[in-house]
Design a protein around this ligand. Structure first.
Ligand SMILES: *Cc1c(COP(=O)(O)O)cnc(C)c1O
Length: 417
């Protein structure tokens, strides 16, 4: 089914007015105006179900996991195990052994760089990334390449913000040891043709690390259908708590990797002479994890499943088209990032107005957008700008909110004309 067909099919089931009631923060007022929250690519808001799961854990069964036979600890341990299986099903991983809890996408990518990367990359080798990447998917590879005298190779983006597939393919060679690529760009909204890219890399036997931070809240992710080797994302962008995220990795790769950090829970036995490590996934989870965060992430996944990811994608796609058409009609406003396949993000610049000032004027209208380089300075450099204003959508946003944004941009233009 096409997105439009899914939408026709599901429109009636995505009751946005009802959904908005699940998010208490959406009733807040900002500078006396109703909050219009369009900064979902930075972090998303939390439904009652997630907030309640956190309160319930701290109120009724707060205890450390894996350590005690007492009832509270048993309950907390079971809740974390259940949440890990919810993640497994959500991304269609083969086993919960392949689901590592980390702090977020950033830590997930660093984990791969510091373990798989340090073990497998040497002088003269290449790590291939794209010109679309978030700093989280650039800097860990730069650090690794510096340490190993390897080369960080970048496939540039075109004027629309697309990574040309032929150039990506040509950049792969026998020197490539690893590909690290975002699924969806947080700065421009570009959706990469990930399955094709992964296939191309696999022809060279090169594993692919996917930065999925910006894809996971907007589309159904199937790590096995994609054949991704690693897939990292953050809970807080998926309507869950901050401080928790996931690194998916194929079991064979994870088993071959040395541990990331040393400490409790990641060991089987410790003497001063020798330590043996725990099985997956615990080998990579040193210390007490973010138990409340794990439970909250599980609740967020339940919530998203209830709404329905296909319905979310279809609704957001329609909203993005509506917003793109409306912003395109404004004179003196230019959209940055015009890839044919986009998700959830509209970056733009307004003639004669610095993005920071645009953001400040919009804030006075109650509209929350992000302004700046969006942790993707090379993307800004590519378009020869310092910053953009970015509106990023979630399934609780409405056409009325887009209309408010358009009215807000008109105010900005009056201000700076
Ligand atoms: C937000 C984001 C990250 C970093 O996520 P953290 O939660 O800060 O670790 C990485 N990549 C992309 C594309 C993002 O949008």
């Amino acid at each position: 089914m096409s997105a439009a067909e899914v939408l026709r099919d599901t429109h009636a089931t995505l009751d946005v007015a009802r959904i908005r009631e699940d998010f208490p923060i959406l009733r807040e007022r900002v500078h006396g105006k109703p909050l219009v929250y369009l900064d979902n690519a930075a972090t998303s808001q939390k439904p009652h179900a997630v907030i309640d799961a956190l309160v319930d854990y701290y109120t009724h069964y707060n205890a450390n996991i894996h350590r005690a036979v007492h009832l509270l600890s048993t309950r907390a341990t079971a809740a974390c195990d259940t949440a890990r299986d919810k993640v497994r099903r959500f991304i269609n991983a083969a086993s919960t052994d392949e689901v590592i809890f980390v702090r977020g996408a950033t830590e997930g990518i660093n984990l791969v760089a510091q373990t798989h990367g340090r073990r497998n990359i040497g002088p003269g080798d290449e790590v291939l990334i794209s010109g679309l990447e978030h700093h989280s998917n650039i800097v860990p590879w730069q650090m690794l390449c510096d340490e190993k005298q390897a080369r960080l190779r970048v496939v540039s983006i075109d004027d629309r913000g697309v990574v040309p597939l032929n150039e990506f393919e040509e950049a792969l060679s026998e020197r490539t040891r690893l590909v690290a690529i975002s699924h969806v760009s947080n700065a421009l909204g570009t959706v990469n043709p990930l399955a094709d890219m992964i296939q191309m890399a696999h022809r060279w036997n090169v594993p692919v690390v996917v930065d999925g931070a910006q894809a996971i809240p907007h589309m159904r992710i199937d790590v096995r259908a994609l054949d991704a080797d690693f897939y990292a994302f953050s809970g807080h962008k998926l309507f869950g708590p901050t401080g928790i995220g996931v690194l998916y990795g194929k079991k064979a790769l994870l088993e071959a990797m040395p541990p990331y950090q040393g400490g409790g829970d990641m060991i089987r036995s410790v003497t001063f002479e020798k330590t043996t490590y725990n099985d997956l996934p615990y080998k990579f989870e040193a210390g007490t994890p973010d138990i409340a965060g794990i439970i909250g992430l599980g609740a967020a996944i339940d919530y998203v499943n209830d709404v329905g990811m296909e319905a979310i994608s279809a609704y957001e796609h329609e909203l993005l088209e509506y917003a793109t058409a409306a912003i395109s009609q404004l004179k003196g406003v230019r959209i940055i990032g015009t890839a044919p396949n986009k998700a959830s993000v509209i970056s733009f610049v307004v003639d004669n107005a610095h993005p920071h000032d645009v953001g400040t004027v919009l804030d006075r209208e109650g509209i929350a957008v992000r302004t700046g380089h969006h942790c993707a300075q090379p993307v800004m450099d590519r378009f020869e700008i310092a910053a953009t204003t970015r509106a990023s959508l979630a399934f609780y946003n409405t056409r009325e909110e887009i209309d408010a944004l358009i009215a807000g941009i008109r105010r900005v233009q009056e201000f700076f004309s």
